[in-house]
Design a binder for this molecule. Structure first.
Ligand code: SF4
Length: 447
């Protein structure tokens, strides 16, 4: 747990020498507690105090990063139990499991398809993050060949899965130079697995069927020199899994319990059934998993999971926005109308999709309303006549259109008079309240 200013002050020399640039040690301690200065600014601090302060400054949940060829999946460094308290920072990585008892052709074909899977959601391309290769055969050569087959068609980060250190050593050899997540150390193999993790500077997943067992193992593995760990608490059912994930997060954040201060890995696919897998995966996204290993790849499961993850890991105080500007829909001519809306992404996509889908050409003026929807922005004074007129000029709209017609959303009909004053040579029209009614309105009222 982070120390308070007073707790930090007790560890300082208390000489008020001012060498740190502050008039007193207490002033420096307060700044340090607020993370506004570096500990190194005090040259007189003892090694003992330095160690205590450095420990308190390290994050309660260790950040673990999987990297490969420009791809990166980060988990950990979270600071809250509930998203509304601040935000969740690192989206859990989705990894698709391949077992080495499948044929190499099958593996290559499936991985290539999953690697290319992308869905566009409010302007963002959402993809999966990597692959987990499991040794079902128990044979080192078969495992290596399966890993090489995955690597032949995807460069995304990997999780290698075997409890046999000999098999794992062969797998790590197949991706020599990379640092995949090694899954897993347990009560029987942890020394050999820890040595492999150290040798390859790779993070190590640790498995135990109880939190006590898990904490015991992580401490032993840390003492052997491995810092980056990931936790598998063994529960696969919804209730126990939720309870253990929550206890781990709570102990890490509220008690700074370092033995469980690591990201969690979840295996929804172990449920076997696709519907249960989807439920368990959704629960893992919402409740604290850092890495999620899936077995099914049906788009009807992946798409909602990707969207769910995106929504949970956005900043609740910051709406998703699109870039303000003048957007062209269906190749508009200078005679086509200008539709004004805000830069809240859902508003933008609702309007753009309706007009585009109807095949109607238009200019879409997206006004900087700080990411708010039409009514909210208007109520907050962020979508008014002055702002719209300003953006008409900022984005050089008069240079694009001959017939100066601008349509404002029906919800803000009240500003039409003011907008006519701001844009005296424009025809200001009040459109429908809902985007879904725009095509009909454009066909009937904008002729
Ligand atoms: S340099 Fe260190 S000892 Fe001197 S005033 Fe600052 S905190 Fe205190």
């Amino acid at each position: 747990m982070a120390l308070t200013g007073i707790q930090i002050y007790k560890l300082l020399p208390k000489t008020n020498c001012k060498d740190c640039g502050f008039p007193t040690c207490l002033a420096f301690a307060m700044k340090l507690a607020a993370k506004q200065v570096e500990l190194s600014a005090c040259p007189h601090i003892s090694e003992e105090a330095k160690a205590v302060l450095a420990e308190s400054a390290s994050p309660p949940i260790r950040l673990v990063t999987l990297k490969a060829d420009g791809y990166e999946v980060k988990a950990g460094n979270e600071v809250v139990l509930f998203r509304h308290e601040k935000k969740f920072y690192h989206k859990p990585g989705f990894f698709i499991r391949e077992r080495d008892d499948a044929s190499l052709d099958q593996i290559r074909e499936r991985v290539a398809a999953t690697d290319a899977y992308t869905v566009n959601y409010v302007g963002m391309d959402l993809t999966l993050d990597g692959f987990a290769v499991e040794s079902a055969s128990g044979d080192p050569t078969t495992f290596s060949q399966a890993i090489s087959a995955v690597r032949a068609v995807s460069q995304r980060p990997l999780i290698l899965m075997s409890r046999d250190p000999g098999v794992m050593a062969a797998g790590l050899q197949a991706v020599n130079g990379e640092a995949p997540l090694i899954y897993a150390a347990d009560a029987d193999n942890w020394e050999a697995m820890a040595d492999l993790a150290k040798q390859h500077q790779a993070p190590l997943a640790v498995f135990a069927d109880s939190l006590e067992g898990l904490a015991d193992l992580t401490q032993k593995i840390k003492a052997r020199g491995v810092e980056d760990m990931v936790l598998d608490h063994g529960a696969r059912d919804l209730g126990t899994s939720l309870a253990r994930n929550t206890v781990i997060r709570r102990l890490a954040l509220k008690k700074t319990f370092r033995p469980l201060g690591y990201p969690i890995i979840a295996f929804p696919g172990d449920a076997g059934d696709a519907a249960w897998e989807a439920i368990l995966a959704a629960h893992a996204v919402a409740k604290y998993a850092g890495f999620i290993v899936l077995d099914h790849t049906a788009p009807e499961m992946l798409y909602p999971l990707l969207v769910l993850r995106e929504n949970i890991y956005t900043d609740p105080q910051k709406p998703i926005q699109v870039q303000p500007g003048l957007y062209e829909i269906n190749d508009p001519s200078p005679e086509d109308p200008v539709l004004a809306t805000t830069n809240f992404s859902i508003t933008y996509f609702s309007v753009a999709n309706e007009v585009e889908g109807a095949g109607l050409p238009a200019w879409l003026l997206v006004t900087d309303a700080e990411g708010m929807s039409v009514l909210t922005a208007w109520a907050a004074g962020k979508f008014d006549a002055e702002r719209i007129a300003k953006d008409v000029r900022r984005f050089h709209v008069p240079d694009k259109v001959h017939r100066k017609r601008i349509v404002i959303p029906g919800h803000v009909a009240v500003i039409s008079g003011e907008l006519e004053e701001e844009l005296p040579d424009w025809e200001v029209r009040v459109g429908p309240r809902e985007a879904v009614d725009l095509p009909t309105y454009m066909k009937e009222a904008l002729v």
